[in-house]
Design a protein around this ligand. Structure first.
Ligand SMILES: CC(C)(COP(=O)(O)OP(=O)(O)OC[C@H]1O[C@@H](n2cnc3c(N)ncnc32)[C@H](O)[C@@H]1OP(=O)(O)O)[C@@H](O)C(=O)NCCC(=O)NCCS
Length: 189
């Protein structure tokens, strides 16, 4: 029988007239604005950032590189795709963070898949990426931003709350529970 569990998530929103600091990166990092040629790089960074995270259980496409490629292609192909709110953060050696912006049917700006590679976390890149995304929405004339976050994702909730996002709705997402893999599988005699 298929087993499921429920993951608690918050829909958080922010009025974009709420004051916020500028999007600034620590020394050694730079911004890469959206460009269709960067679709695959966004997918690679997404796959690296979400591997093993709860959100990859909630959205299995985030768990694999092909899934992230399909997701990025779907986002970039949507009528509401907002290039001004879609960014990579890079060092001279590699890309370490991504965020995408997608407008909904009400014209609200949806922050999608904010991710920073594990080795680069805790340096303010997540906050900087979020601010850059919000700046892009504001420049596109968007009045309100929203996102969905797993309630137990403390670092993400912390970044969102600090910039003024507040929870407006609680959602429970059904997730399939994978059966545990036995210790010894298919060992021949
Ligand atoms: C959420 C995420 C983008 C944050 O990136 P980041 O670059 O570490 O973000 P910042 O450095 O700007 O801020 C992280 C904050 O979380 C805090 N934090 C880190 N681990 C924490 C924990 N276990 N519990 C509570 N707070 C924590 C940090 O101290 C920091 O807050 P501070 O600046 O007040 O000290 C990153 O953790 C990530 O990519 N996670 C995996 C993907 C994901 O879940 N994305 C969110 C989708 S909604």
């Amino acid at each position: 029988m298929r087993q499921v569990k429920y993951i608690k998530r918050h829909r958080m929103e922010l009025d974009l007239r709420h004051p916020r600091p500028p999007a600034e990166l620590p020394p050694g990092y730079f911004w890469l604005p959206w460009n269709l040629n960067l679709l695959d790089l966004h997918a690679q960074v997404l796959a690296a950032c979400f591997a093993g995270e709860t959100d990859a259980e909630v959205f299995p496409c985030l768990a694999t590189l092909p899934g992230c490629r399909d997701l990025m292609a779907a986002i970039a192909g949507r009528p509401g795709f907002c290039p001004a709110a879609t960014w990579l953060v890079a060092t001279p050696d590699c890309s370490v963070g991504t965020v995408q912006g997608l407008l909904d049917e009400s014209g609200y700006g949806g922050v999608q898949n904010l991710g920073v590679a594990a080795a680069a976390r805790g340096a303010g890149l997540g906050q900087a990426l979020l601010l850059k995304c919000l700046e892009g929405f504001a420049a596109a004339g968007v009045k309100r931003a929203f996102l969905e976050v797993t309630a137990a994702n403390a670092p993400a909730v912390r970044v969102y709350r600090r910039l003024g996002f507040r929870s407006y709705k609680t959602i429970y997402r059904e997730v399939a529970v994978r059966p545990p893999v036995p210790d010894h599988v298919g060992v021949g005699i």
